[in-house]
Design a protein around this ligand. Structure first.
Ligand code: SF4
Length: 493
């Protein structure tokens, strides 16, 4: 459990590998290791040898779930793997992935990143037909649908199921002798494919995992595609037409993905740096304009000449590139202000009450010498519930910062996500309930700035093609706002 972090949570990372003449389980392990940031609560892997599928999954980090003993049992040339985030600890193992079942067409395993918004209806339909479930996961619904669908081949069965699935899904599917990579027609979640040095192929949520495996010639699985990995040549089927414009999750760029991820030709680190640059333009120009509107006297001119602040610091790690960009454009020097303990949020041991009261202080220490007596601009990637920004400001002020200005590299998050990101419900989101100035007051910042939607799109260097619904409320797929509750509690997923 992560007691110290209110950041939005990605639901999963997935990987699939076909690698003849290689220890595919070991490769999948290292691929999952590179996807660990997309989910730290559970991990799983299924491996096929042409006849049977062997699977292991468990609660914990990849390195805790896959011990040397476990790895020796996972033999074959085809594999899929999964790292998982979930919201409660009550049924972590029951909902860990992959899901595996025996079907009349042979064994089948499936791992999923995303969220089907019509999973409740599909589940009810199946239950009326007598199908039982062992979990509340939409991934199990998808697995059962594939097992029951008619069709001569798995490609046909997958295509039939895709026509009924509404929502976000980047899937890896394993049969006894093939790995399939499947992406929804909106393209919400990433899934990329690469050529292994041995001649096989791998697919993964992020290009960084493919690079870890030594892949070349990396491309995205296109929205609506089913790609089969079972011999040296890829087999590609456009199962559903791509929805235009696509709806790639902009939050992958803002927060989730590792900076070495390149998605649809756009590198995440570069986007984050440009988000900081755009934010600096908006903040400093706005600030100077405000000052000029004041009566111009000697004092106002001096305040403009003195600049906006003395130092720019990031909330590590995801805001580091943005703070560099902010510093570059604003001319305000960059420095480290927080040191993050990368391991504190990755424990199942609950802190004592007295430690819990220390809140973010358990996760972050301040380099006092870098902020003492200074006007600080703190760059962060988002404010969701508003629980951590205030304590971070307090840490800086306790360390002697004279002023703390907060600049956020995205617009206010005022709407929940229905496509697989856990941000909470409407009532949890501070920007749904309060104005920017009320949020500033709540967190105790001297000033608070958010990047505009326009500024965000400038940083992406695209006019469209991204889902921005958590900022704008304009969902790429019509959603029932009431389903936000079930969509996000996901207590048993
Ligand atoms: S609503 Fe936000 S988090 Fe969800 S898919 Fe769209 S951009 Fe991503």
């Amino acid at each position: 459990m992560n007691y110290f972090d209110e950041s939005p949570k990605e639901e999963c990372g997935v990987i699939g590998i076909f690698a003849p003449n290689e220890d595919v389980a070991r490769m999948t392990f290292f691929g999952l290791y590179a996807l660990q940031h997309r989910g730290q609560e559970a991990a799983g892997m299924a491996v096929a040898d042409g006849q049977v599928i062997t699977m292991h999954k468990g609660v914990g980090l990849v390195s805790q779930v896959f011990t040397p003993n476990v790895m020796t049992d996972l033999k074959g040339h085809y594999a899929i793997g999964h790292t998982r985030y979930s919201t409660t600890g009550s049924s972590l193992l029951r909902n860990a992935q992959p899901f595996m079942i025996e079907t009349m067409h042979g064994p089948l395993a499936l791992a999923h990143n995303g969220n089907l918004i019509n999973s409740a209806e599909l589940r009810n339909e199946l239950m009326e037909q007598g199908v039982g479930f062992s979990s509340t996961s939409d991934t199990e619904v998808m697995t059962m649908m594939l097992a029951r669908n008619g069709g001569a081949t798995w490609e046909e069965r997958i295509k039939t199921a895709m026509a009924k699935w509404i929502g976000a899904y980047s899937l890896v599917i394993l049969t006894r002798d093939c790995v399939y990579a499947v992406r929804d027609p909106w393209g919400f979640r990433p899934l990329c494919i690469g050529l292994l040095p041995s001649g096989g192929h791998a697919v993964a949520s992020e290009t960084g995992a493919l690079q870890t495996l030594g892949c070349e010639a990396i491309r995205d699985v296109k929205p609506g595609e089913v790609v089969s990995l079972s011999n040296s040549a890829l087999k590609v089927m456009q199962a559903l037409p791509t929805v235009k414009p696509s709806a790639m999750c902009v939050f992958e760029h803002i927060y989730f993905a590792r900076p070495d991820q390149t998605w649809d030709g756009i590198n995440v680190h570069h986007v984050r740096q440009r988000l900081g640059e755009e934010l600096a333009r908006e903040v400093v120009n706005g600030w100077e304009a405000d000052k000029r509107m004041e009566v111009v006297d000697g004092e106002t001119e001096k305040r403009i000449a003195d600049g906006f602040a003395d130092v720019v610091i990031p909330v590590p790690d995801s805001s580091v590139p943005a703070a560099i960009g902010f510093s570059h454009v604003s001319g305000i020097p960059y420095n480290d202000g927080f040191i993050k303990n990368r391991y504190v949020g990755r424990t199942f041991i609950e802190p004592t009450d007295s430690l819990r009261k220390r809140g973010v202080a358990l996760k972050f220490n301040v380099i006092n010498e870098n902020v003492r007596g200074k006007r600080v601009v703190m760059i962060d990637d988002s404010i969701v519930r508003g629980n951590t920004t205030g304590p971070l400001i307090k840490l800086l002020k306790n360390a002697g910062a004279k002023e703390v200005h907060v600049a956020i590299t995205c617009p206010p998050i005022a709407h929940p996500c229905f496509m697989g990101v856990d941000m909470g419900k409407y009532e949890d989101l501070i920007a749904h309930k309060r104005t920017v100035d009320e949020i500033r007051e709540f967190v105790g910042a001297d000033s608070l700035y958010y990047l505009s939607v326009d500024g965000m799109m400038k940083a992406l260097q695209r006019k469209d093609g991204f889902c921005q619904a958590c900022f704008t409320g304009q969902y790429p797929i019509p959603v029932d706002a009431k389903s936000a509750k079930t969509g996000f509690e996901r207590a048993t997923k």
